[in-house]
Write a protein that binds this ligand. Structure first.
Ligand code: GLY
Length: 596
């Protein structure tokens, strides 16, 4: 990889004065048809918020396994005129009848494959209410305008790409269990293959209803009835315990939240990122803070890109961050989270002191940030046992000609969500409630707060981390990633690539990534066989193994076989005002520029 010197990320934005006259709109998504839908809004005079609505609806059609109206997400919105940056939080919520032990049956946690494909896993969907709020607050087009491209795609069809075809085949049975889903993605029992044509008439009709009657049509009336009915399904082996607890009142009562970003600094740059109920932004800022004093980016000290020294301290920062995440993070509207303590420089310095430059630390426990937190917390935490979190979800970023930015991570949780398609309406329901602790962790005797235990109306802890990078208060880049808990690490990798290694936006996205999502866990990484990059080679892997890191495979073999995340980004050239985008070839990432 051809790398630039540290700080050249900034220089990049000062390099092309000849291009000065082009504050075009730019849309970057994981699918060409979704990018085209957003670009169509921009070309018709719409802004980034209008385009974001169109992209989300189109993704529901062409990347249905990742996000849609049966799910939820976090939309970062930066408004150029006022300079404000906010998040629309349309995270799914647990129904009012949810309880902390609802994923426990006969004294044991339910088997994940069963629970996650039963109605019990379905959270009250928030995507449509989130889009409604965003369009009302900042949009210029009607809901019907923004849903139009999705109606066309669903009704006329589109060609199945490699990623959708692979996700059908490697679905862990999720497109097979519930008949309405199988009918769409396995017609006649045969999985759709790359190049097949997919028409979704029920979904088109649902979008027509939404276009004609507004978002209420989803949250009240026959569609709401059908959602409640669909999520009352259980898997045979679970019996009635697997049936969903959502009611019409839960759907009617769903409201998104507008949240202020968490703000952090790294080497003179400002990051505005997602607060709880996501762990994404906070853990990202913690990891950057933990590495503050390491000379990342300085190859002369062994901290160049992809060098063992760099990868080692990144892994250690991830392990420390994820230990805190497991204990302290959840829905801040229902539990107290010591945000100030967890991000306090003195707390992070104390945590960073356990990072040895060339030896893996013993498994870290969660820290105790309370001395650095102004609020008082009476209960010490204990790390909660972690489950694997699904690698799916989607991320897209948009900038319009006026400089408004949207960076939106959206999900139905697992690839294919619950696998339940709402009969007659053609959209998948999420299984977001599996992001909660399966076994309640709250324990007053030992003092565990159970920050991510299930609770009525509570949002499950997320990892999604749409992030805006600013310089001197001005937006420079917006990005995010899918990938369950690995989301945080993908955003962390890209941030270091930009700010410490001086890569361009596209280089920062293409570069191979490293990730670990448990204090104890196996390191996943993108290795020599990764077609998208030069990879993290076997020599480097062997050094990491010798330091004590768990990487798959024996010495001398390539254990870095993962594909981590899918980052879509937009950027602003501070000197010229030019807008640009970059997308990820780990999926069908596509950037479309819309001349003003
Ligand atoms: N379901 C993925 C996330 O919220 O992080």
């Amino acid at each position: 990889m051809n790398r630039r010197a540290p700080w050249s990320f900034l220089l990049l934005f000062l390099t092309f004065p000849a291009l000065a006259a082009s504050p075009d709109g730019v849309v970057a998504t994981s699918h060409p048809a979704a990018s085209a839908a957003g670009a169509r809004m921009l070309a018709a005079g719409g802004n980034a918020i209008d385009a974001a609505a169109a992209v989300q609806f189109a993704l529901n059609v062409v990347e249905p396994q990742s996000s849609g109206i049966g799910g939820g997400g976090f939309m970062l919105v930066h408004i150029a005129k006022t300079g404000e940056t906010v998040f629309v939080d349309s995270r799914e919520k647990a129904p009012a009848a949810a309880s902390a032990d609802m994923f426990v049956s006969h004294g044991s946690p339910m088997a994940f494959p069963l629970a996650s494909t039963s109605g019990l896993a379905v959270g009250v969907p928030g995507t449509l209410r989130g889009i409604e709020v965003a369009l009302k607050q900042w949009g210029t087009m009607t809901l019907a305008d923004t849903v139009a491209p999705a109606i066309e795609l669903a009704e006329h069809g589109f060609r199945v790409n490699r990623f959708l075809a692979e996700d059908i085949v490697n679905d862990g049975d999720r497109t097979r269990i519930h008949p309405e889903t199988a009918a769409i993605f396995r017609p006649g029992g045969v999985p759709l293959a790359e190049g097949d044509w997919l028409v979704q008439r029920d979904l088109a009709q649902t979008f027509r209803l939404i276009a004609a009657q507004g978002v209420d049509v989803f949250y009240e009336g026959p569609i709401a009835d059908a959602i409640v009915q669909a999520q009352s399904r259980t898997r045979d082996a679970l019996g009635p315990a697997g049936a969903g607890r959502m009611t019409l009142a839960d759907l009617q009562g769903y409201r998104p939240a507008i949240r202020d970003p968490l703000i952090g600094q790294f080497r003179g740059w400002t990051l505005a990122t997602m607060p709880p109920p996501s762990s994404g932004g906070l853990t990202l800022l913690q990891m950057l803070g933990l590495l503050k004093d390491f000379p990342i980016g300085d190859a002369s000290q062994g901290y160049g890109f992809g060098e063992p020294g760099t990868l080692h301290v990144m892994i250690e920062a991830m392990r420390l961050g994820f230990a805190d995440r497991a204990a302290w993070l959840g829905d801040g509207d229902t539990v107290s989270i010591p945000v100030g303590g967890l991000l306090h420089p003195a707390y992070l310095a104390q945590r960073a002191a356990s990072i040895h430059p060339d030896r893996r630390m013993a498994t870290p426990d969660a820290g105790d940030p309370r001395p650095w937190q102004r609020e008082s917390f009476s209960i010490p935490p204990r790390t909660t046992r972690m489950r694997e979190e699904s690698p799916h979800t989607t991320h897209f970023s948009i900038i319009d000609r006026w400089g408004n930015v949207v960076s939106y991570t959206s999900t139905i949780e697992h690839t294919w969500g619950s696998g339940i398609t709402v009969p007659r309406y053609g959209f998948l329901l999420n299984n977001e409630l599996t992001d909660f602790n399966f076994v309640p962790a709250h324990d007053s005797a030992s003092g565990n707060p159970g920050a991510n235990d299930v609770g009525p109306g509570k949002r499950p802890r997320s990892s999604m981390a749409p992030t805006l990078l600013l310089r001197d208060g001005k937006p420079v880049a917006a990005y995010g990633s899918p990938g369950g808990a690995t989301i945080i690490n993908s955003v962390f990798n890209v941030t270091l690539n930009l700010l410490a290694h001086g890569m361009t936006l596209q280089q920062a996205i293409d570069a191979p990534r490293v990730s670990v999502t448990h204090a104890t866990g196996m390191v996943s990484c993108e290795g020599v066989s990764d077609p998208t990059s030069t990879g993290i080679g076997t020599t480097v892997q062997d050094v990491l193994r010798a330091q004590g890191h768990a990487i798959a495979g024996a010495e001398g073999t390539d254990g870095c076989t993962a594909t981590i995340g899918s980052v879509q980004a937009v950027a602003v050239d501070l000197a010229t005002g030019t807008h640009r985008g970059a997308a990820d070839s780990r999926r069908e990432g596509t950037v479309i520029r819309v001349p003003r």
